[in-house]
Design a protein around this ligand. Structure first.
Ligand SMILES: [Zn+2]
Length: 121
């Protein structure tokens, strides 16, 4: 696994610190496309960080691709939930499936956006 080192800026205290992004696996942070919900190393508050903002075009591509890959996997998982929910008539499973697919679309979309963004330069 290769880690990408980038700088992130805390929206709460506006301080910048180094963040190592590991594509495909984030144990300490919740992934949401190009955003990570994590604890600020400076002020200790939990907030959303834009991890691609200060990344190089090459890194943006890797992060974008990993978001798209993760998004596709999540879409498959969501589809399984929807099919399961419909076949056994359990509404809650169906709803979870819809939420997963929505999150997957968001991730794939933001991944594609960061790749597009990287190509601009
Ligand atoms: Zn902070």
């Amino acid at each position: 696994m290769i880690g990408i080192k980038t700088k992130v800026t805390c929206p709460k205290c506006h301080q910048t610190f180094d963040y190592e992004f590991i594509p495909g696996a984030s144990m300490t942070a919740v992934r949401l496309g190009n955003y990570r919900y994590m604890k600020c190393q400076k002020c200790g508050k939990w907030t959303f960080f834009n991890v691609i903002k200060n990344a190089s075009p090459e890194d943006k591509k890797v992060i974008g691709l990993s978001a798209m890959l993760f998004g596709s996997l999540l879409a498959v998982l969501g589809a399984i939930f929807i099919v399961q929910g419909m076949s056994n008539g359990r509404m809650i499973v169906w709803i979870v499936g819809i939420i997963l697919v929505a999150a997957a679309l968001f991730m794939t979309g933001s991944g594609a956006a960061s790749i597009k963004n990287a190509r601009k330069k």
